[in-house]
Design a protein around this ligand. Sequence first.
Ligand SMILES: NC(=O)c1ccc[n+]([C@@H]2O[C@H](COP(=O)([O-])OP(=O)(O)OC[C@H]3O[C@@H](n4cnc5c(N)ncnc54)[C@H](OP(=O)(O)O)[C@@H]3O)[C@@H](O)[C@H]2O)c1
Length: 441
Amino acid sequence: MSQPLKLGVAGLGTVGAGLVQLFQEHGARLALVLGREIKIAGVSARARQKPRAIKLEGLPWFDAAEQLAVDPGIDVFVELIGGEEGVARAAVEAALKAGKHVVTANKALLAKHGTELARLAEAHGAALNFEAAVAGGIPVIKTLREALAGNQVRRVYGILNGTCNYILTQMQEEHRAFAEVLKEAQDKGYAEADPTFDIGGFDTAHKLALLTSLAFGTEVALDQIHVEGIQGISQADIEAADDLGYRIKLLGVALLTDSGIEQRVHPAMVPKHSAIAEVSGVTNCIAIDGDFVGNVLLAGPGAGAKATASAVAGDIGDIARGAFAAPFGVPAARLKPYRRARLGQHQGAYYVRLSVFDRPGAMASIAGRMGERGVSLESIVQRRPRWALPGIDARPKPGAPTAVILITHETTEEAIRAALSAIHADGNVSEPPQMIRIEPL
Ligand SMILES: NC(=O)c1ccc[n+]([C@@H]2O[C@H](COP(=O)([O-])OP(=O)(O)OC[C@H]3O[C@@H](n4cnc5c(N)ncnc54)[C@H](OP(=O)(O)O)[C@@H]3O)[C@@H](O)[C@H]2O)c1
């Protein structure tokens, strides 16, 4: 057997403790598979005295992660602290500059500084592996970077945030309101006390930024992503979608177009019998559309101590074998600048929900506004809602608002937005129109 591979593990929280447990349970088997032993040669966390569920006896302790990162006794620095700046960034940079390989689960750090860290890693002949940073236990980075390298990827999209998918699934299955389900998710520990990062779509955007770079060989461009969260999704939308044959999912989508790359995070309608629609609860899934392979769908646990540790261990295994690729597939110096496609030019069909005052001429005016912008309608449904809608009575009186659901044929984002803003300005609706993109699968 070769020399053991020596790890410095910084961060002993959910993922770090999961990793220590994994090596304690599977160390011997892994050594057989890899042909060398993996040894934890040092650990670091914030509070040494903190009671922990894992055994740390005999493991050298480092008060400062930056010190562990450059310690001559380690080959690989495993960063499981988190955060886009501060200790995590400083320690990762120090490790790479010292020629140490780095494995990290830190999507925030990579989404913000991925391109420069990849350059640093390559300049120092070090690996920078981050499988756990996107969709926890699902091996999507390796799939894109290695297994599908022979393809021109056209689109990569997926459900990348378990909290949002849990909330939307509960709203769907239990007919409950967004706020009520969010509160329950917080009580169960699925959602943070401040849920903005998840429900606002930002966590999905971090992961999407990394997938885009891997799929299209472009510099990481987090600040170029169009981001919408799920806060505006009502029970009315969930149930209308169901009636129309759709489910609503928060998707991260990266799409290659003639004018550049679309990167968008938003709630989307997907056909309810599609595989992605059936991904429920906290499960994640990613679909990759490659020109030779066709459509590949990966699904599995997107978070959690064991699933995430599994991905970290896979990255460490690659380093142990000496089989590591450029962090984003192509060498960092060859990553192309990201060219953003204008969202206004996005082509697609749309779901629109309007609260229309039930009075003569209102529907004709709405149809007219759509027509002026060249938006044609596939269906119009006007009826007494079976859902509780703000301001809408189950038995509407003449003149009171009533729910109208429109599905458009394919059009541009610019056209639908212009039509909806004219409809709103005309005063025939009691609240701003709701618009949800229909993602073709
Ligand atoms: N949790 C998941 O399911 C999951 C999934 C995918 C990716 N990730 C990513 O994995 C990383 C870690 O997440 P986590 O959930 O394991 O976080 P966590 O449970 O909050 O653990 C963070 C760890 O970092 C340590 N730490 C904090 N500040 C430090 C400092 N200044 N110096 C050294 N150590 C410090 C903490 O020390 P103490 O223990 O002493 O407080 C703790 O052990 C993050 O980047 C996260 O985005 C997590």
